[in-house]
Design a protein around this ligand. Structure first.
Ligand SMILES: [Zn+2]
Length: 490
């Protein structure tokens, strides 16, 4: 008998320190599809839905796509936006009465409707689907997993990589566990163990310790009866009680005790482990000095402006690093990107090949002042490209209306939509060859590494101001359960 599996994707990583609220238009300008639009858009992509669809084809499921909504990380999701997506999803469940529900969630959504956005979605799905329909979801490695999420789902599956190059594989893992459940081979339950850690983003990259060893141990704990063990670093920029580190297993009920013990061992917290999460960064002055001297023989010097990452909810209009490079007279630099729709409009008005005077960046958060520049308008475009690198391969992303402004030997991609530059197509689509630049500046914390490390001569993690700063003491937390390391010290 053909199983009917309803699929949906409602994703947002919410930075509660952001002043930009996330309404429906933020989803529309990032990725929003309904019903029959969904399969052609996501089939063959390295995404959660792409993974679901691969397994669905093998299992010959009758797939019911409902909603696929994702917005660039930013401030709290409006009630209107979340309500609209959840109504669409739940009315699909009520109409089609599916045998199973597979969801692509993030796990760190905060909404006006409910501070535990993902717990709310799972609760509404459970109410619509009933207790007997299995409900499983993929989550980002940066999920802040709540008890409510665990209670309402039959399986929660996290990415095992940061940069997230295994999103499609995670979708496949979840869908295979769902197939095993539907075939009666798995009686799934979730176990979770927590540690009092709130790691900032850079220390969670999975090529480095301690995450590399923790994920190895998670992989060792997986088996036919335990299809997934995930290590969630949490998202430190969502000020919610459940923010922080957890280890979660999806396991057959018969071996739940063993899986829980394995998760507890991975989550075990001691002083030595805590210090593995410590890390040092390059100051702006040192980065600019090195950029001025960089010969470029082995490839560009890559300066990651790690705190101003729109992929973690930052404004992407921080000017501290750019301003320091301009003041030092460093040339041969390409910057991706500065979010400044007004500057783009002025450039379009002036036209390609003309000069335009703008106050560039620095308009949104406390991350540097606007820079008054007389810029040369090198190009104007729709800012759209499809990822070719290892992360979210095949997915189309966009800066929307975009201008490349040249200021004193620095090419700045200026966009009208916040988008994390993690794929070299960001430059190539604008006629800039990244390999030929002396210096690249990327507004990205970690994701750039997957595609840019191979072409960079050296990488520096530069600590300028921004809403993804690794210095958590610069944020005023009200809701996170305390104490947490490193927020509260040893
Ligand atoms: Zn993430």
């Amino acid at each position: 008998m053909t199983d009917t599996v309803l699929v949906a994707r409602i994703k947002h990583e919410t930075n509660t320190f952001s002043s930009l609220s996330t309404g429906r238009e933020a989803f529309e300008s990032t990725s929003l599809f309904f019903d029959e639009e969904i399969v052609p858009e996501f089939r063959g992509t390295n995404t959660d839905l792409g993974g679901f669809l691969r397994v669905a084809a093998e299992e010959e499921w009758d797939v019911v796509p409902t909603v696929a909504a994702n917005a660039t990380p930013g401030g709290v999701v409006t009630a209107d936006a979340l309500d609209a997506f959840v109504e669409r999803l739940c009315s699909g469940i009520e109409e089609h009465d599916p045998d199973a529900v597979l969801l692509g969630l993030h796990g760190a959504m905060v909404s006006e409707r409910d501070r535990d956005g993902d717990g709310y979605i799972l609760e509404r799905v459970r109410e619509s689907a009933g207790e007997d329909v299995p409900v499983m979801a993929t989550l980002d490695l940066h999920a802040n997993v709540s008890e409510r999420m665990v209670a309402r789902a039959d399986g929660l599956f996290g990415y095992d990589t940061y940069p997230h190059v295994d999103i499609g594989d995670t979708g496949e893992t979840a869908a295979r566990a769902m197939a095993a459940t539907l075939n009666g081979e798995l009686d799934p339950t979730i176990v979770v163990e927590r540690a009092p850690l709130l790691p900032p983003l850079p220390v969670l990259q999975t090529a480095d310790e301690p995450m590399a060893s923790l994920l190895d141990a998670a992989g060792d704990a997986e088996s036919d009866l335990t299809p997934d063990v995930s290590v969630f670093g949490g998202f430190a920029y969502a000020d919610v009680p459940e923010a922080g580190f957890s280890v979660l297993g999806v396991t057959d009920a018969s071996v739940a005790d063993e899986t829980r013990a394995a998760c507890a061992a991975i989550a075990a917290d001691d002083d030595e482990r805590r210090r593995e999460f410590d890390r040092t960064y390059t100051g702006v002055a040192d980065a600019v000095e090195e950029a001025g001297e960089w010969g470029g023989g082995d490839g560009p010097l890559l300066l990651a402006d790690i705190a101003d990452n729109p992929g973690g909810g930052s404004a992407e209009d921080g000017t501290v690093l750019l301003n320091a490079l301009l003041e030092a007279g460093v040339e041969g630099v390409a910057v991706a990107a500065i979010y400044d729709p007004a500057a783009v409009d002025a450039a379009i008005e002036a036209g390609v090949g003309e000069s335009v005077a703008v106050e560039l960046g620095g308009h949104i958060e406390d991350n540097g002042d606007p820079i008054p520049v007389d810029a040369y308008v090198r190009s104007i475009s729709d800012g759209t490209y499809r990822n070719q690198g290892p992360m979210s391969t095949g997915l189309q992303v966009s800066f929307e209306r975009t201008a490349v402004l040249e200021v004193d030997g620095i090419d700045v991609i200026v966009g009208s939509h916040r988008q994390q530059p993690y794929d070299p197509e960001v430059f190539r689509s604008q006629g800039i060859t990244p390999e030929r630049q002396r210096v690249l500046v990327l507004k990205s914390t970690v994701h750039y590494r997957a595609a840019f490390e191979p072409i960079a001569g050296a990488v520096r993690e530069v600590s300028a101001p921004g809403l993804c700063s690794p210095d958590l003491s610069s944020f005023s937390y009200e809701h996170v359960q305390r104490p947490k390391y490193p927020l509260d010290g040893e």
